[in-house]
Design a protein around this ligand. Sequence first.
Ligand SMILES: [Zn+2]
Length: 101
Amino acid sequence: MARLHCERCPWSQDDFWSADYNPIKGVQFWEGNLLKFEQLDQPGTNNAEFIRKHGDMTSRVWIAQQLKKASKLIQDQVFLTPEQTKGQPCPKCGHENLVID
Ligand SMILES: [Zn+2]
């Protein structure tokens, strides 16, 4: 995981795209526990890790939030790989120092 950001303005990008790590994979990780029809409107889940990370919400609300978040990440992703950033200015302000943390 890496965060790309500009040294001069607030522009940033949350990670790069890969077949193994992308916003879709984040949702798929919970598929076994959360995408079952009978659980969709049940508050919470019996998965302790989910409750610790996300609180007590229905699967339907959580899935909708995660898909919206994944959609935004995909739409806002300017650079797919770290290599694509080399020599490229900030997409927002044009500053030439993009930093990968
Ligand atoms: Zn910038």
